[in-house]
Design a binder for this molecule. Sequence first.
Ligand code: NAD
Ligand code: TDX
Length: 342
Amino acid sequence: MKILVTGGAGFIGSNFIFYELEKHPEDSILCVDCLTYAGNLSTLEPVMEQENFSFVKMDIRDREGIFDLFEKTRPDVVVNFAAESHVDRSIENPQVFLETNIIGTSILMDAAKAYGVKRYHQVSTDEVYGDLPMDRPDLFFYEDTPLHTSSPYSSSKASADLLVMAYHRTYGLPVTISRCSNNYGPYQFPEKLIPLMIANALADKPLPVYGEGLNIRDWLYVQDHCKAIDLILRKGRVGEVYNIGGHNEMRNIDIVKLICDELGKPYDLIRHVEDRKGHDQRYAIDPGKIHKELGWLPDTKFADGIRLTIQWYLDHKDWWENIISGDYQKYYEKMYGEGGIH
Ligand code: NAD
Ligand code: TDX
């Protein structure tokens, strides 16, 4: 099987490529990524020389380039990870989220349709369902929960999902969609909660917690997400949405304290800063469908996954120190104030 993976130089895409090449060495992977600030080619170095792997630097918004690539490579399957993925950046500058996450998706699907791909898989998010109230722990997101978005990021992802289902119904494109909860693990860009807190704590820098830090996210180790996508590609039903999550709800403040504990850092590094605009309260996925239909269950418990992740960041300082030294510093100062947080 020839799999075209977009956004494979980013966090989840790169982990997916490693997972697939290991699990299905008979398949080949072509990674397409335009290497935004979030894409890092050095991440893919371990597989770059492998015969069944190739990389093309291309923007999914480049219709002509994408069509040309499909003409030349004729992929069997497309897995679209490519996206602008950070909620805070979408609040600052929504436009590029609409262009990549919606228009880019439509271009990929047009090419998939024109070249008869056997499966187009859209990597979506639980954020398309909006949020759940804090005082109703009995409520969860199901695949038929109405889309109800809060941020420009989640709205762009929901728009893409609607378009994917429209291409299925209108043109018969063989699609699947997965909606996963918050991922953590190796190679996550240090603008996201867990790697940001690890990097700051290691440098004895303040730990910026939005508001009271009581918001709840449902955390899943990235490899468990990759395993679920792999199952959906091979056994999932066309035209279906699959929720992915491990029933691991945690408050942000508890995650930050846990990271302090693991690294032996004091809680007085924690700073409660201005809340995110439109901040979603609670995410909670019901993964019953993928469990019942495809037998998926997560392998990694949070207590183990967070230790593995912290150890990975300790062992790969060169990877993230490089990233946070350049342009990212400007973003950080804009987000958290000149000279950081005080
Ligand atoms: P990321 O920001 O780490 O990586 C995104 C990748 O896409 C980067 O390599 C970037 O260079 C590439 N990219 C961006 N715009 C592009 C364009 N126009 N053309 C080609 N490549 C482009 O993101 P991530 O956290 O790995 O997320 C991957 C996907 O999973 C996204 O679609 C996201 O919405 C979804 N998702 C993420 C999470 C999470 O917790 N991180 C949870 C659920 C779903
Ligand atoms: O500095 C911070 N302080 C803080 O309190 C940052 C960066 C985040 N937070 C809070 C906001 C959220 O409640 O931590 C929580 C997690 O924030 P992010 O890591 O930015 O993730 P989130 O907004 O939940 O979105 C993530 O999960 C769903 C991914 O970035 C999305 O791409 C994915 O779709």
